[in-house]
Design a protein around this ligand. Sequence first.
Ligand SMILES: Nc1ncnc2c1ncn2[C@@H]1O[C@H](COP(=O)(O)OP(=O)(O)OP(=O)(O)O)[C@@H](O)[C@H]1O
Ligand SMILES: [Mg+2]
Length: 267
Amino acid sequence: MRIIAITNQKGGVAKTTTAVNLGACIAKRGKRVLLIDLDPQGNLSSWLGIRINELTESMSNVFNDEVPLKEIIQETCVENLWVAPSNVTLASVERTLLNREDKDTILKKSLEFVVTCYDYVLFDCPPSLGILTVNALTAALEVVIPLETKVLALNGLVTLINTVNLVRDTINPDLEITGIVACMFDIRTNLSNEVVSMIKDKYNHKLFKSLIRESTKLAECPISGQPITLYAPESSGAKDYTNLAKEIIAGEKREGWWMTRWMRGYA
Ligand SMILES: Nc1ncnc2c1ncn2[C@@H]1O[C@H](COP(=O)(O)OP(=O)(O)OP(=O)(O)O)[C@@H](O)[C@H]1O
Ligand SMILES: [Mg+2]
């Protein structure tokens, strides 16, 4: 069981694209994968064919203790891939939870009776470092950071790493940054190469070897209602996310290793 927060407070860096396609590629390799949409925009849920405006129960009800997580989980068009959907109602959670003492640990608690059903749980985080992202960092054991390689802006990365360190030092001592994924890599420009070499200089051991190239098929994918593995299985995007999935799966530890660490949070 691995629980991974896909996060970056910067908007539009390919968090959702990575959550859906990485999830589908891991599922294709026979692992049971749960995607949890933690973004009030509901992009991940819409992508997987859910009519988010018609949802009667979603992640906001889970955060408000109105329904157990397992009751909102839905199947997707991909075998071994499930989704816990969200919509705009999740936006009010930041306000309604503000005065709750346990506000940072609600997601972790909601996972208690669910995690054992899955090999991988992936959180698609919103573009902020608010309560929803802190819940993801508290419930997760690992962090995967998608980074856009089309702009030279590593300041945000430093802020994010500081936040991860803060959560680790205060509430979740087992949290680790598994890796940084260079996304929207444009092989024709020097800029992408420059960004990648800057990340290598600073965070060499954390940069995944698999790069996600810029690809029209990946950009078209969300409106198709399918992940890249079904929409364009031969595309560069499918290959890149398959390589990333293999790299992440290769980091698996012996059975029970993650579970033991995760349960420590309840001690
Ligand atoms: N490798 C890629 N090639 C081409 N387009 C991409 C690629 N990855 C992502 N995109 C496009 O970039 C845009 C932003 O991607 P995405 O929605 O995944 O980012 P995000 O970080 O989840 O955004 P937000 O912060 O709003 O949640 C989308 O239009 C998506 O289709
Ligand atoms: Mg997103």
